[in-house]
Every structure is written in C-alpha cells, then in structure tokens.
Design a protein around this ligand. Sequence first.
Ligand SMILES: Nc1ncnc2c1ncn2[C@@H]1O[C@H](COP(=O)(O)OP(=O)(O)OP(=O)(O)O)[C@@H](O)[C@H]1O
Ligand SMILES: [Zn+2]
Length: 727
Amino acid sequence: MTCILHISVPCPLRQLFDYTSDLPASQWEIGTRVKINFANRLCIGIVMKISEITDQVEITKLKAIEERLDDSKLIPDELIQTLLWVSRYYHHPLGECFQTALPKLLRTGKPAELDTESWWFRTEKTADKKIGSKQQQCLDLLEDYVDGISQSMFKQYLGNVSSSLKSLETAGLISQQQKAKLPIPSNELNLDLTLNQQQQNIVNSVWEKHDHFQPFLLEGITGSGKTEVYIELTERALKANKQVLILIPEIGLTGQFVDRFKKRLNTTIVILNSSVSDKERKQAWLLAKAGLANVIIGTRSAVFTPLINPGLIIIDEEHDSSYKQQDGLRYHARNVALIRAQKYDIPIVMGSATPSLESLYQVKLKRFQLLELTQRAGSAQLPAVRLVDNSQANPEHGFSDILLKAIKKHLDAGNQVILFINRRGYAPVLMCHDCGWQAKCKHCDARMVVHQHRNILFCHHCGFIQRLVEECPECESKSLKSYGAGTEKVEQHLQKLFPETPVIRVDRDTTQRVNAFSDLVADIKQGEARILVGTQMLAKGHDFHDVTLVGVLDTDQGLYSADFRATENLAQMITQVTGRAGRGDKSGEVLIQTEQPEHFFWKNLIKNGYKKTAESLLEERIDMELPPVSNWAVIRAESTDREEATAFLQEFSAQCHQQASEDVLILGPVPAIMEKKGGRFRAQLLLSSAQRKPLHQLLDRHISVISRHKLARKVRWSIDIDPVDLL
Ligand SMILES: Nc1ncnc2c1ncn2[C@@H]1O[C@H](COP(=O)(O)OP(=O)(O)OP(=O)(O)O)[C@@H](O)[C@H]1O
Ligand SMILES: [Zn+2]
C-alpha cells in the first residue's frame, strides 16, 4: 500500500469510500476512473482525493482498487468543481451526479480513447502522367481542405473512392494518417446573411464582454432572428479560437437547428441529443474535451460536456421545461450552465421569445443583462391574433364556422395551416351513456385516453395499456361515447372536412420512429402537407415560411390548473405557437378558440403581448412571495402503502422542526395532486424560504439523519430543489 484513494462511487450514499493503491500518490490525479469492488460487485468510481490516511476503518482492512482505468485524469478540474456544486445544491449523492454527467460508455468503464479513421492529405508531388477522372475529383476536393479529408467525408461527398485513393497513394500524390473520427461537415456552405441593426447591436453588446462572466437574457419576439444572432456570436468565438456550447430543448428540433449552423459555419460541430448512439456520444464528449470539436450542440445533459477552450455558452428557448430533469438528479441545465460560465469566466446568452419568470426576475435584480429584439427579421410581420368563442363551435367536430372559413381561405391561397391542440390521442374521456362509467387507469388517479389508431386505451401517466372496449364493463351497454378531443380526432375531422387536402399529425405517437420527425418536417417544408395538426412539438422553434394560419383549440385547462406556473406556461405556449404564423413574406393570422373569451388572461395576452403579461405575472409572484421570489424545495415520497409515504414525510418534517429556523416555512406533508400514479401513493412536503441559504442549511443538517431512517429504505423519496412541476 502506498496511498489511499478517496473514491466517489455510484450509489445513493453521501460519502466517499477509501481504497488503497500500490502506486505512490504522485502518480494519481483527481478525476481518474478506477474499477473497484464495492459491496461485492465491480463498479466504476472516480478518484476525488489522494492521501495517506483514512478515517473509515483500520488502514490494513481497506480493500485495494481492482484496476486503474485512465493513465491521467479523465474529468477536468472545472467539471469536477461543477459536479461538486451540483451535488451540494441539489442535495444529491456525488456518485450519482457523475452518472448523470458522463456518457454511458465512459461511466461503464470503456477506454477513454477517440475513435480514429484514415485521413488523406495532398503531398508535394505533382502528377507526372494523366490520371483518371475519379482520382482527379479526389485531388480537386483535397485542394479545398488543408487539414485533410477523412475516409468518411470522401464517401459522403464522392461515393466509394477507395480504389482511387489507393492508386493516388501508390503514385505518391496523397498520403494517409490515422486521426480522430470527426462528424462530417456540410459541403453546401451558405454564408451570406447580413444581420439587421438590432441583431448587430446585440452581437456587439455580448462580444464586448467576451472575456468575462456575464449572463445575458436575449428576449426576442418569435421570428426575430435569435438563431442568426447565436450563429454570428459563435462565429466570433470561433475566430478567437474558442469553443461554444449550445443547449437546445428536447423537442426534436435539433436537425433544423444544427443544419443552420452547419451551413453557416465551416467548423467541427458535434451533436449530443437523444438520437445520438452511445458510441457517438462518447466520441463527441472526448472531441470536445480534446478541443477537436469547436461547437457542441445538445439537449439538457450536454451541459456537462468538458471544454478545453471555452468561449461562450448559449441556451436557446431558455424557458423550456425540458431543461429541468424530472427524476434522479433533478438539475436545471440553465442553472448548471450559469455555474459553468462563471467558473470559466465567459458570457452566457439565454434566449427566448417567452423568457421564464425566473430569468426576468434576475433581470429585475440586475444580475442578467437584458437584450431585446423587438421586430421580426427580414420582411416578416407578427400575425394578427383573435379570440373565437368556443360556444360557437360545431358540437360534432369542434370547429367554429369562423375557424373553418379561415382554414379554407388560407388553403385556397396556397398556404399551410397549423392546428394546435396540446393533447395527443383521440379523446381524453371514454364514458358510458347509460350508467356513467368512465375508463380510468387502475394504477393512477387518471382517465384512460382513447387511442383509436392503435385501438387501445392508454394511460399517459404510467403507460398502462388496455384494448379499447366496445361495451361498458359495468352495465354492458353498447353506448360508449368519447368526449373531448386530441390530435387524432382533430386530424380525422379535418380529413373529412377537407378531403382533398393532405393532413399530417405531429405528436409523440407519430414521431417515435427514428427520423420520423425530420421526415415529417421535410414533408412540411416541401409543402406536401398542407394542414398540420400537432401538439407542442409543432409549436416551438420551427421556421415554416408558408404557414399563414394557426388555429388553437381547447387550451382552457391551463386557466384552472392547481399549479401556480400554469398561466406562465400557457402564455408561453400560446405565444410560441402564435409565432409560427407569418414567418415568411406572407402575413399571418391566429385564431384561438376558447370557452372564456372574456377572461382577463386572454385579453391581457392578446392586447399587451407576452412581455406585459409576464411582467404582471411576476408582480403577482412578488406579492404572493412565490418562486422565483422565494426559494422552494419539495421532498417527495411514494409507496404502495398510502400511510408510509406520508409517515416518512412526517418524520422528515419532525426532524426539520427540531431545529427549524424561522426563516424556513415547512408545509405539509400533503398528498400529491395526482395522489396515485403507477400503483404508488405519492405525498410531498414543501420547504420555502425567502433566502436560499437557510433552506439549504436546513437540508444539509437533516438529510443524512433522515436517509438512515428505517422508512427511508421502504419508500422512494427524493429532493427537488426549485421544482418546476408540482403535480
Ligand atoms: N438579418 C436577417 N435578414 C434576413 N432574414 C433573416 C435575418 N435574421 C433572421 N432572418 C430569417 O428570419 C427567420 C426567423 O429567424 P430565426 O429562426 O433565427 O428566429 P428566432 O428568433 O430564432 O425565432 P423563434 O424564436 O420564433 O424560433 C429565419 O427564416 C431567418 O433566416
Ligand atoms: Zn396509469
């Protein structure tokens, strides 16, 4: 034994574990992976401290590590520091934070080596005899690429040219070398776009601070050209030899977004989203760490990508709730990104047409600098928005005459129409006309949703599936009727009402297959689909220039929700979907069908827009001391035994009360709004404080005691800091 390694282990325990190594301390670095035997199984841990002493057991009883996996540290210091912060802030075991942050192949111990392939380079030699046309094409292409061309780039651009390359090599005209495999860049660069004055000013304001930590909130109305601002900023950072990390929400938008970057920037761009394979994810992570990838575009967990030359972090659609992980380590990527930008001392730009109240509050506190784009880019104008009283809707198909006429008018003009309904499936209620029976999930406090295409009843909360019944299970009556509408029903009615017009549906059900989403988007762009029915997947981020009408159906439930964020979310969703109309040269129109055309919320949003609406919502939060003004933590517990979940939280609450400070309010425990889900009863305890510190101190003091309580092992429980979803 020559040194002791203090190791972070992927397990729920909140401590490091000590092992010995027969290498001297000088040969170890923090951030190196090791294989260890932990509780009789092999697992991968991360070295967090190196010393000569242990306070865990007698030194002689310590186990030795099984294997050292990296020659030097895998995880850079900055990322380790960030994860230590994450573990502290979210009160989550460090070992599990590493699990979230590392690509799967690295956390399961695969070698941290880059995949390589053959790269070809032009030699000094000139051809002394005439060469074949394929070979000439290869040489011509090499003229454009001083850094060489990989085997896969050749294949992509020229088809199979292996034998030509071999001949050129034999003739001494080109040489090859094994180098890291890189993603293939676009070969149709399109560099000509001039930013308008507002865009240019924003780029300048951000760039002025390029060597400092400075958070910016870029509030730019829909279609104002935020993406172009990101591209220009990225270009500036690239010119300064810096890397740029860009986060985008999880709504299948990556393809279009990345295409725009690839076409405008001649650089190595890697992608980290859910459609990337484990192998590619590992490669992208290592390329970023090595500084071989200059732009990293990814969804939530990409926020943990290591950078060697960081220059800028960008978060698109910063208000999007997919940035908050809803299980395990419940981190918010915007929060983590801010910490990373601070550690790197670089600017961070958070953009949205509908900023979160969290970020607007930071602007109010002067912690974020506000940048605004108030006009649509190019010649596009914001669409006109009107409310339509739902009572005029046809009871059969749910559309009002006004909306139907508008659809017809826009189709006749050769344009595309979006119908937005934020509910997938055919109908949310199946009911017996005779006895009143309703199809409910036997595992959840929720109704089963009718999915007619698949002939099933489907619980959207736990995934439980049943065959669609034709007869009431209670009274055997055949008069079952579905109520309400989802995307399937809307699609079906529209197809009947407009038999000549192609209708497509974009929701989670039609986009499950790999590439299904990008295929649908391609159909839309080419104008093949004329009526587009979809959920929020269709509402955000897209730039379809021929869409001139957006119809919004049935969104009133947002007005009555028990969640205090519901109106904020509704205002964001409506503003985003509204923003899909009129993005090209043609002007757009939006019709919102509502039960409550007189409701203050609608009047305010339509008359005053998102910005004013958000301001008044923030004033309400300030008056009522709700987040983001106060700080919340929710302790959740669930169990198959209804009493147990509550009993555990009572225990938790009692613990906290023992030394409660007046600064932290403890509310509950209360049953969750949907108490039963997936066969488990759920309850929650809410902790709230005006200052963040006392809340965190309270949790620090009690968590380790609580986690050893006997009930803690019987129930599933979790801590959610800054919860976004209280249902
Ligand atoms: N300076 C410019 N000149 C001409 N066209 C522009 C300019 N900037 C952006 N555009 C075009 O305007 C459209 C909208 O831009 P972009 O998609 O960047 O907006 P956005 O603010 O990101 O939109 P949203 O938030 O609604 O998704 C795009 O088609 C884009 O190419
Ligand atoms: Zn269910």
